[in-house]
Design a binder for this molecule. Structure first.
Ligand code: SF4
Length: 131
């Protein structure tokens, strides 16, 4: 087997050639630095991605808050974790950077809010109109 992977670690975008050898090892070439070799190995054997999605918010000025994992997670576990996230709801207010779930993947990765959600209720509700 042989194939090309474009390294996305830096803007150079090296085209890395991966060739499997009869002994089960891989020969990797085309990378200008060792980070590309590691990238190609990771993409072949355990590709990882940052998971971005949204979580339900209770009593917020909007019903959902956008979230992301604070580290890449194994691509093969994305659907499993999406099912887990679907069952989660958080109480408003939520601030950018709030950790909504610690260790969501059992590997120490946290789910973090990427936008602010205020508590429900317009500021006008607290105003008193006299006269
Ligand atoms: S192999 Fe190195 S130089 Fe090439 S794109 Fe990847 S990180 Fe950049």
């Amino acid at each position: 087997m042989k194939g090309h992977i474009t390294c996305t670690v830096c803007p150079v975008g090296c085209k890395i050639l991966v060739v499997s050898k009869p002994n089960g090892e891989y020969e990797i070439s085309g990378n200008r630095c060792p980070r590309g070799k590691q990238y190609a190995i990771d993409e072949l054997f355990s590709p990882k991605r940052i998971l971005t999605t949204s979580v339900k918010v209770l009593h917020g000025d909007v019903p959902l808050v956008s979230v992301r994992t604070d580290a890449p997670i194994e691509k093969s576990r994305i659907f499993e974790l999406m099912e887990k996230i679907k069952s989660i709801s958080v109480e408003a207010p939520v601030n950018v950077g709030d950790v909504l779930v610690r260790n969501i993947d059992g590997m120490g990765t946290s789910l973090v809010a990427t936008r602010k959600v205020e508590k429900n209720g317009s500021p006008l509700e607290n105003c008193q109109i006299s006269g």
